[in-house]
Every structure is written in C-alpha cells, then in structure tokens.
Design a protein around this ligand. Structure first.
Ligand code: FE2
Length: 318
C-alpha cells in the first residue's frame, strides 16, 4: 500500500476537477477511478482506546471537507476496565460517531447526555463549542465486551463555525436501510441517498455517509454528485475497485480515495471470499477554505485558534 503525499493528491484532484467542465471528459467517463489506497495506522487515543486512523497523518492532513476518520477498535474491553474519551472540548466542526458493537455514553457541558448502541449514530455539531466525554456505558463497562465503531470529523464552513451546538442522535431502527432485489447488497443510509432511500440526518453541507454490505461477487454502482470528494473505508472482506485500466483488490483497514472525474463509484465484493465485503462510502462538497487546526479546535485562522484556547481556559467554551 502506498503512503501518499497530501499536496500531490490535492493537486491531482484540482487538475481533474478542472476537467469536469470539459464535455468530452464528463461524457466519456462515468466511473471514478481509484487515486490512492492508504493503509490506516493503528494508534491509541483517549484512555487506552485502540484506533485505526486513516487521517490525519504525516501524509494526509485532511480530505476536504473531512478532518479525521478513526475506526474505534475493534477491541475487547475487560469487565470493569473503562476505555474511552474523558472530558475534552471541540469547536468549529462536527463529530460523527457510528457504533457497530458496544455501548457509548455521552455527556457534555450543556447538560446533554445520551447513550448510543450498535447501529446508532450521533451526529454532533460542536459549532461554537462543547466540552464532552465519550465513555463506555456503565453496564457495558461493568460486563466488558467488544467495542467497534467509527468517528468522522466533518469541517464546518466559516459561516457556521460559531453556530449553536446541535445534536442528532439517531437510533439504528430510524436509519434507513435498503436492500437490492436479489438481497446481495444492503446499505444503511446515514447521510445522503442510495438505492431508493434517503437519510433522516440533516447535514450543514451536503454529505454522503453510506455503510454497504455486499455478498461475495455482488457489485454496486453508487452515483456520486459532481462536486463531491469521496472515499471508501474497508471494514471487512475484500473489495475490487476500478483503477485506470486495471482493478485493485483492497483489504480491510484501507482507505480508498477516488478521483473527481466521473459520476459514480464501482465496487465489487471479491467472488471467492468467505465473508461479505463491508465498507463505508463517504463523500462531501469540499469547502476550499483556510484551515487552522490545533487538537480539538478547527478554525480558519490562527487568531481564532488562540481565541478558542483562551475561551476554553476562561471557561467560556461550552
Ligand atoms: Fe469528542
């Protein structure tokens, strides 16, 4: 798997974006090719949580409009051993938590509290600021068990960075799920649209967040709006993706970055695999705004970062 140069990716994408206005280019190409395949790096964060981080890293600082993608676990929590993220602040962006296994409890400085379980999503718009904790739920923590999920950071446009914080907690039963007629493809629609389904979560800028499960040999052609940057993350199994005139086989734990030329993304689950292919397909309209970033604060200027730190120190954040 190749490690990538962020500047090169951006340059390549900008060049390709420039060709979108060319009729020949648009009409001749319907499938977006794979631009890069990036292996996630195993790391630790919070209080002993094992993460597979796709970005940011030394090679990709962000993938506009996304700032971070972490796979939480999969890890086993021993009974009585809390592993999570104690109190910490956020300002200027959104955190999206999607759990596949386990139970997380969330509490914040504005008195908001909630629990999310397997299949549930919490879409938190930090806006002007919250201080919150994300910890395993008490009973789950007492008994121990498997923890597996994702956290995605979505940047906010300049005009929304200081908006009032907002929470959307969507239980799994309310997340639209669509299945193809042959039953070989299932998609959970967290944001955006797929097959005949449309997400219930409201996003500040247009975002697509789809969780696909494909039986071995099954294929999808997912249409992608013209403006979107898009990537896939392989959760389980192996996927076949179109890369120029060749195909690439990509295994779990890898991020697949697509180019910006084309109307759809094509994926096939490897035929002779014993397990289905599971992947996240995530995309959004790039903001193309300056980014100033310091830990849990993501603003447009360094001055705004200093202000965030000062507000946090003075108890004015959250
Ligand atoms: Fe957080």
């Amino acid at each position: 798997m190749s490690k990538v140069n962020n500047q090169k990716i951006i340059k390549d994408m900008e060049q390709q974006a420039g060709t979108l206005d060319s009729e020949n280019s648009v009409n001749n190409k319907s499938i977006r090719s794979v631009l890069q395949i990036v292996k996630s790096e195993t790391t630790q964060d919070g209080e002993g949580v094992t993460l597979n981080r796709s970005f940011p890293n030394n090679y990709i600082s962000e993938f506009d409009p996304f700032l971070l993608l972490d796979e939480i676990g999969p890890m086993h929590i021993k009974p009585g051993k809390q592993k999570g993220f104690p109190n910490h602040p956020h300002r200027g962006f959104e955190t999206v938590t999607y759990l596949l296994e386990g139970k997380f409890e969330h509490r914040d400085s504005q008195g908001h509290a909630g629990t999310i379980s397997a299949g549930d999503v919490q879409w938190m718009t930090a806006g002007s600021g919250v201080i919150h904790s994300e910890m395993p739920e008490k009973e789950f923590s007492k008994n121990g068990g498997k923890l597996h999920g994702f956290q995605l950071w979505v940047n906010l446009p300049k005009s929304n960075k200081m908006m009032k914080p907002r929470y959307q907690e969507i239980p799994h039963l309310k997340i639209p799920t669509e299945t193809t007629k042959d039953g070989n493809v299932i998609v959970k629609i967290i944001a955006g649209e797929s097959l005949d389904g449309k997400a219930v979560i409201d996003t500040i800028t247009p975002i697509m967040y789809l969780h696909f499960k494909l039986e071995p040999g099954a294929t999808i052609i997912q249409s992608i709006p013209k403006e979107y940057n898009v990537f896939a993350y392989i959760i389980k199994g192996k996927g076949v993706f179109e890369q120029g005139n060749n195909n690439s086989i990509v295994e779990r734990g890898n991020l697949v970055i697509f180019d910006r030329d084309g109307k759809s993304v094509y994926v096939q689950a490897v035929k002779d695999s014993k397990v289905p292919l599971e992947l996240l397909l995530i995309g959004g309209v790039p903001l193309r705004e300056p980014i100033a970033r310091y830990g849990p604060f993501v603003m447009n200027t360094q001055q705004e970062i200093y202000q965030a730190i000062e507000d946090y120190r003075n108890g004015k954040l959250g």
